[in-house]
Design a protein around this ligand. Structure first.
Ligand code: DGP
Length: 113
């Protein structure tokens, strides 16, 4: 997906600082943070949204949640954190490459808007 900004980030083409990288995923800070800690964890492979996942991706998603847990520990989010995935237009997804937001460092409220 040559036009996908997150594919470019994952390929290292944007010079984005990675907080974590392995053969399957990268993690980096959100451009427009809404909490003191706001990290995006994305697969390197282009998957448009959660709605495009298949059973073949189950291990990948499990892996992503492990990466998120480790990042939360590194960022000292011992008081709690939130994992967010926006999917589709009504879900508020603006970048069409699967990503999980790790939010923390302040009291988060519910329900979201
Ligand atoms: P969502 O609304 O769930 O699709 O969130 C997309 C997020 O991606 C949004 O919080 C802003 C962030 N974002 C968009 N473009 C870039 C970028 O080029 N670099 C970084 N670090 N974050 C980006």
């Amino acid at each position: 997906m040559s036009e996908c900004i997150f594919c470019k980030i994952a390929a290292g083409e944007m010079g984005t600082e990675f907080l974590y990288e392995d053969d399957q995923v990268v993690a980096f800070r959100d451009l427009n943070p809404v909490a003191p800690v706001h990290i995006l964890v994305i697969p390197k492979r282009h998957i448009p949204s959660a709605n495009d996942l298949t059973e073949d991706d189950n291990d990948l998603i499990g892996h992503i949640f492990g990466v998120i847990r480790n990042l939360a520990q590194k960022e000292n989010l011992d008081q709690g954190f939130r994992i967010v995935n926006n999917s589709g237009r009504e879900g508020g997804q603006t970048v069409q490459h699967l990503h999980f937001h790790l939010l923390g460092g302040r009291q988060l409220h519910w329900p979201p808007g």
